[in-house]
Design a protein. Structure first.
Length: 398
């Protein structure tokens, strides 16, 4: 088997900020798994990353004399896997302007021409995560694909709680150590995947497609609407609809979150809410890091995009189509700005100041250590680089 390298398309990477400030494109979670985990499962091999220089130490690339470079935003399916596995040496799999995969016996990077490679045109349909809103928009179908692949050769643990009601129980999969108490699980419109050692507390109501990762918790009375993913070691409460929480993040209290994406190490205070539909029902516009302006998503429903290590105070209100960068502490009365730059401290009503890097770093380290994990040198260097890259965004006086 050739070495598998998942590459960041530069244009797509910019469109996926703020999430790709702190990870390669293929480390984004959509469905049950991260994109990189999907490829590793489908191809039954380890994968590595070709990403920005400042991320490379944490996400290294492993090259070989025979390597297949796969677009990091591309989600695998049976047709794609077959086409990529059959790709001859020194050839490219393309669709329109998209480079889906390259098989090469020498180092290749996305800024290099593919003119030296034999072109193979892929005529099948495929899912390519191009924009931040694609993460939640494609989440339901990706849960279904991941569910089928992950559970194909496994047996679900039995549901032993006599007070839990299941609809379409054959579409529910429970990993070992998971606990479910007095809840309603409705898998009639999509599968429900409950990860290892997850806890579904009393009174939770879940509509599939839904996935909850290892060690995560649904608080008492949580209402989960379709197409929602909770990554590992997170806590979720209140009402949640069509959202993706990457992992290690908390929305543990009441409040509404809809059509939104939260990165890792985020926290939403009690009664935090977001709008996901404009009063005039027009398309939602979202801040673009490519144009530094609002861009039309083409969607009627779009909520909050929040980068890693960011936090919102109690009763924070987010506008339809809000973007919060990396390591932000946002709080205060009224609706928050459509875009809150990385390393900001404050709120729309109170005003913002720069979140001092030393203080932000201390909070990030403390947040990670509370989960008994180590915030290492690579993590610090990534945050320092993001702080420097986003300096010009924090022009609060203007």
């Amino acid at each position: 088997m050739p070495t598998i390298i998942l590459f960041d398309d530069p244009g797509i990477r910019l469109q996926l900020l703020p999430f790709t400030y702190t990870r390669p494109v293929s480390a984004i979670r959509c469905g049950i798994s991260k994109i990189s985990e999907k490829w590793s499962l489908w191809l039954d091999t380890a994968v590595s990353y070709q990403t920005s220089d400042y991320l490379a130490a944490a996400f290294p690339v492993l090259t070989a004399s025979d390597s297949i470079y796969i677009n990091g935003g591309l989600c695998p399916d049976a047709g794609l896997v077959e086409a990529i596995e059959k790709l001859p040496a020194q050839s490219a799999l393309i669709s329109g302007d998209d480079v889906l995969a390259i098989r090469s016996n020498e180092l290749w990077k996305p800024d290099m021409s593919i003119s030296a490679y034999e072109r193979h045109h892929y005529s099948g349909s495929f899912t390519l995560i191009r924009n931040v809103w694609d993460i939640f928009a494609f989440n339901g179908e990706q849960i279904e694909i991941d569910f089928a692949k992950i559970t194909a050769s496994k047996n679900s643990e039995p549901l032993t709680d006599p007070f839990t009601q299941c609809y379409n129980p054959e579409n529910i999969f429970i990993e070992s150590g998971a606990i479910i108490k007095a809840s309603i699980l409705n898998a009639e419109k999509g599968p429900i995947y409950i990860g290892k050692n997850a806890l579904i507390q009393e009174g939770s109501m879940i509509q599939g497609p839904f996935s909850i990762g290892e060690g995560s918790v649904l608080a008492q009375g949580t209402k989960i609407r379709p197409n929602t993913t909770v990554g590992p070691f997170s806590k979720l409460g209140g009402e949640v609809s069509n959202c993706v929480i990457f992992g290690y993040s908390n929305k543990g209290h009441d409040g509404y979150l809809g059509n939104s994406v939260l990165g890792e190490w985020c926290n939403l205070g009690a009664n935090t809410n977001n709008s996901n539909l404009k009063n005039d029902h027009s398309n939602v516009k979202l801040h673009s890091y490519v144009t530094n302006d609002l861009v039309d998503t083409g969607l009627k429903f779009c909520g909050l995009m929040m980068g890693d290590y960011s936090k919102a105070g109690i009763s924070t209100m987010f506008n339809t189509g809000s973007v919060v960068g990396v390591s932000v502490n946002v709080f205060g009365a009224g609706f928050q700005a459509k875009h809150t730059p990385s390393f900001s401290w404050g709120g729309n009503a109170e005003g913002f100041a720069e979140y001092r890097f030393e203080k932000a770093l201390h909070v990030a380290k403390d947040t990670v250590s509370r989960r008994n994990l180590t915030f290492g040198e690579h993590d610090e260097q990534i945050l320092k680089s993001v702080f420097e890259q986003t300096q010009q965004q924090r022009d609060f006086e203007n």
